[in-house]
Design a protein around this ligand. Structure first.
Ligand SMILES: [Zn+2]
Length: 457
C-alpha cells in the first residue's frame, strides 16, 4: 500500500505536466491559464506596450552583435543511441543557434543566444524517438540546467492518435522551461518556441471560438454586450496584441510560396488580412516566418525583465565586469573544430575573442578560442591569413594552421599585434583549420576584436 502511495506521488508531477501538453496543430504549446493572461499589464491596454517601446527608444534601436539587451544561454541536450552515435551533429547545433540569432538581429529584438559550453548527451536508443505524451515531460524535467533555456533535440517526437503514431514538431513547456525540438525543422522553429518562453502566444489563438474569445480583423472593433468584457477586442482576444493582425491557423490557408490564399472572414464578416511571415504564426511552410512585430518584441523584453536573470541582462553582466562587456560575433558558436565556422578564399569576417561565460556571473571565465575552416579545391601557391587588431587589444594573439586531421602545419604568435600574418606555402586540395587564440595569460578575458582575412595567392 505504502509503495503504491509513493509511486502515485512520484507520478503526480508528471501527470500534471502531461496535462499541460495539449493537442495542437504544430507547435503543441498550450496557452497560459486565462487568469494569468488577463493579469498581464498589456492585456486590454496597448498603451503599456507603446509606452515601453518609447521608453527604450525602440524606434531608433538598431541591433548589432555589440549591443544586445539580453544574452541568453541555451543548454542543448542531444539524444543519441546507446553507443553514443547518431543524434544532432555539431553543425546542426551551430546552425540552430546562428539562425536563432539571425532572426533576432534582423528584427532588432534585443536578444542574442549562445550555447552553454557542454552539450548534454542522452545516450538511450529508445529516446531517439520520444513519445510526446508519456516521455517528453519526464525527460525535460530530469535533464535540465538552471539559469538557461534547455533545448532537447530528438530524432523524432511523436504522439499516438487513435492508435497510430503521428510525428509532431516541437513544444515549449513552461513548467520545465524547456523546448523539445525534432531535428531538421525549419530555421524559424526555435525562435518561435523561445518566443513562447518570453511570453508570446500564437496570433491565431482562439480563432475558432465565439465573438467573446476570437480576435476581430477590425482593430477598432469593441466587445458586444454579453461577453462580460469591454474595450477593444484586439487588446484582449487572440494574442492580445493589436499589431499582429487577426488570423486563422494559416496552415490550411497559405501556400508554399508564402502567400495567404484564404477567402474566409472573421465572425463579423471582415476578410482576414494576415501576415504570412510572423514567427509565431503557422503558415504551411514554416520557412516563410521571419518577423516579430514591435508589440511582440516589447512582450519578450518585458517578460525577460520579469525573469530577472542577472546573467542574461547586458547591464547586469556589465556590472560584474565593467571593463569587459560580453560581446560575441556572428560566427559563434565556433569554439571547437566540430563547430568551426567556414570562410571562403578572398573574403573577410569581423570576429572577436570575448569573455566566455555561461549565464552565471559567479563561474570563472574561460579563455575563448575561434575555430575557422576553409576549403582548397585546387592546389594554390600559398594563402595569407591576415588578422587585424581592431580594438587596440594589448595582449598576445596566436594563429595556427592545421590539417583536417588537426596536425599543426604552421603558427605565428605576436604581442600587441597591429596585424598578424600567417603565410601558408603551397596548399593541396583539402579542408584546413585555423585556430585563433590568446597566447598570453589564459585568464585574459578582455575583448579582442579583429578582422579576419583569407587571401588565396
Ligand atoms: Zn507555438
Amino acid at each position: 500500500m505504502k509503495k503504491i502511495a509513493i509511486s502515485l506521488l512520484l507520478c503526480l508531477p508528471i501527470l500534471q505536466i502531461s496535462a499541460q501538453f495539449q493537442e495542437d496543430a504544430f507547435c503543441n504549446t498550450p496557452a497560459p491559464e486565462y487568469s494569468e493572461f488577463i493579469s498581464l499589464p498589456w492585456f486590454g491596454n496597448s498603451s503599456f506596450i507603446y509606452n515601453f517601446l518609447d521608453e527604450i527608444n525602440f524606434a531608433n534601436y538598431k541591433m548589432t552583435y555589440d549591443n544586445a539587451k539580453y544574452y541568453v544561454p541555451i543548454k542543448i541536450w542531444v539524444y543519441r543511441t546507446d553507443e553514443g552515435t547518431g543524434g544532432a551533429t555539431a553543425t546542426e547545433l551551430q546552425q540552430l543557434i546562428r539562425d536563432l540569432n539571425t532572426h533576432n538581429i534582423t528584427n532588432n529584438t534585443g536578444f542574442l543566444y549562445y550555447l552553454k559550453p557542454e552539450i548534454g548527451y542522452i545516450d538511450k536508443t529508445k529516446f531517439q524517438r520520444v513519445n510526446f505524451t508519456t516521455e517528453a515531460p519526464g525527460l525535460s524535467l530530469k535533464n535540465s540546467d538552471n539559469g538557461c533555456i534547455n533545448v532537447h533535440i530528438v530524432d523524432d517526437l511523436f504522439k499516438k492518435v487513435d492508435g497510430s503514431e503521428r510525428t509532431t514538431g516541437a513544444v515549449y513547456h513552461s513548467v520545465t522551461k524547456s523546448v523539445i525540438l525534432k531535428r531538421g525543422l525549419a530555421n524559424s522553429t526555435l525562435a518561435h518556441e523561445i518566443g513562447h518562453h518570453f511570453g508570446l502566444l500564437h496570433p491565431h489563438e482562439n480563432w475558432k471560438e465565439d465573438k467573446c474569445k476570437a480576435e476581430a480583423v477590425d482593430r477598432n472593433r469593441v466587445f458586444d454586450s454579453g461577453c462580460g468584457k469591454s474595450g477593444l477586442i484586439c487588446e484582449q482576444n487572440g494574442d492580445a496584441l493589436c499589431d499582429t493582425p487577426a488570423e486563422p491557423d494559416l496552415g490550411g490557408y497559405s501556400n508554399s510560396s508564402c502567400k495567404y490564399i484564404g477567402k474566409i472572414t472573421d465572425l463579423w464578416g471582415d476578410a482576414y488580412k494576415p501576415n504570412i511571415n510572423n514567427i509565431m504564426s503557422y503558415p504551411m511552410r514554416k520557412e516563410c516566418r521571419d518577423n516579430f512585430t514591435p508589440g511582440q518584441i516589447a512582450v519578450m523584453l518585458i517578460t525577460a525583465k520579469k525573469y530577472n536573470e542577472c546573467g542574461w541582462d547586458a547591464n547586469c553582466i556589465m556590472k560584474s565586469n565593467p571593463s569587459n562587456p560580453y560581446i560575441f560575433d556572428a560566427q559563434e558558436p565556433d569554439d571547437s573544430p566540430a563547430m568551426a565556422s567556414e570562410i571562403k578564399g578572398n573574403t573577410q569576417q569581423e570576429r572577436s575573442l570575448h569573455r566566455v561565460f555561461s549565464g552565471d556571473t559567479k563561474t570563472p571565465n574561460q579563455p575563448d578560442v575561434d575555430w575557422i575552416k576553409f576549403e582548397v579545391t585546387q592546389t594554390i601557391n600559398s594563402a595569407d591569413i591576415i588578422i587585424t587588431n581592431s580594438n587596440n587589444y594589448k595582449g598576445t594573439v596566436k594563429a595556427s594552421l592545421l590539417t583536417d586531421k588537426l596536425e599543426v602545419l604552421s603558427g605565428n604568435k605576436l604581442n600587441q599585434p597591429a596585424v598578424l600574418t600567417l603565410s601558408t606555402g603551397t596548399l593541396e586540395p583539402g579542408i584546413y583549420f585555423i585556430k585563433v587564440e590568446k597566447a598570453g595569460n589564459n585568464l585574459d578575458n578582455s575583448l579582442f576584436k579583429y578582422n579576419f582575412e583569407l587571401k588565396f595567392n
